[in-house]
Design a protein around this ligand. Structure first.
Ligand code: DGY
Length: 332
């Protein structure tokens, strides 16, 4: 009996490829060449499953051109690279990789917050450039983290992890805004208080964005929202590019309308708005919030569990549209 064929669309851990090869005939892109839509469609011919990362867009065109496809397993918790409605209509299962990256990503949110508030990268560049000749009272004076007000927009699992770190580790006053208020026990565990978005922006010393990207969350922070923030406040985006209007942010940073920003994600990444590269008061990292070896391995294994579970036993671990497929009796 020939094994079912799958595509692994980007380079991943060799041991994960070896694991998948026990179950499938694997076409793997270990050369890690980014596949444009025509190449992706060509490589997907005859494949029943695809292991994707956030960089492969699965839309109606791809689905129409790849009729054998049954499952797309994303090695990411975010899945804005999937048109889930089109996948449901085509009878294709979508899965993501939640939970396994929560604490690692919350750690990084805090790392970026601290680097931004305490001007870590800006001062390192100064030192490396040989500009440090003497101590001075206000050299790279930043803002405090302990005892300050932390405002979190998007209070899912990662937002809650950041709230706990802030409240319990640094004695921060934590406020949050979310589509829905958390239940009282979760609010108590996070020591967090629900507020409106405007109040959060006006009062937080550090605003952290952890909201998923969708048409509704596009430019959650634009010029109007930046204008509400305190001139001493910092903005941290570990969510997705497009949540912040990067051009408006660059203007606010240059004009010191807010103190600083820490950005792990960018509109149109891996391109970065050129104005963000020239302002000093921003910490820039290349979408690495979940990047520790154990967590990236766990994410890759969860994507693999979904492929194996669904294609062998019709039992995906973390499906996104199983109910839609079942309701329409559409699963292939
Ligand atoms: C995710 O899992 O969504 C992270 O952004 C890594 O891509």
């Amino acid at each position: 009996m020939p094994k079912p064929k799958i595509l692994v669309a980007r380079a991943i851990f060799p041991e994960v490829i070896a694991r998948l090869e026990k179950h499938f005939e694997v076409d793997s892109n270990q050369a890690d060449k980014l596949l444009g839509k025509p190449e992706l469609i060509a490589r997907l011919q005859g494949k029943v499953g695809v292991f994707t990362t956030g960089s492969e867009r699965i839309d109606a065109d791809v689905l129409a051109a790849c009729p054998d496809l049954k499952i797309c397993a994303n090695m990411a918790v975010g899945y804005n690279n999937f048109d889930v409605a089109a996948m449901s209509a085509a009878g294709v299962l979508a899965t993501n990789a939640p939970d396994v990256l929560t604490e690692t990503t919350a750690d990084f949110g805090f790392a970026l917050l601290m680097a931004t508030a305490r001007r870590v990268t800006e001062s390192e560049h100064y030192l490396r450039a040989g500009q440090w000749t003497k101590w001075s009272f206000d050299m790279f004076a930043g803002s405090d983290i302990h005892g300050s007000t932390l405002g979190i927009i998007g209070m899912g699992r990662i937002g809650q992890g950041i709230a706990k770190r802030g409240a319990h580790g640094f004695g921060m006053n934590v406020i949050y805004h979310n589509r829905s208020k958390l239940d009282a026990s979760l609010e108590a565990a996070c020591k967090a208080r629900y507020v409106g978005k405007e109040e959060l922006l006006r009062t937080a010393d550090h605003v952290v964005l952890v909201v998923p990207y969708s048409a509704a969350s596009h430019h959650t922070i634009g010029a109007a929202e930046l204008a509400l923030m305190k001139p001493t406040a910092n903005l941290i985006n570990i969510a997705r590019g497009g949540i912040v209007d990067d051009a408006a942010l660059a203007v606010a940073l240059r004009e010191r309308r807010i103190a600083a920003a820490g950005l792990d994600v960018f509109e149109g990444e891996p391109k970065v708005h050129p104005d963000l590269l020239t302002v000093p008061n921003v910490v820039l990292t290349p979408h690495i919030a979940s990047a520790t070896v154990p967590t990236r391995l766990a994410m890759a294994n969860l994507a693999s569990d979904n492929l194996i579970g669904y294609l062998e036993q019709n039992k995906p671990v973390t499906p996104l549209n199983a109910a839609e497929l079942a309701a329409k009796n559409l699963a292939k």
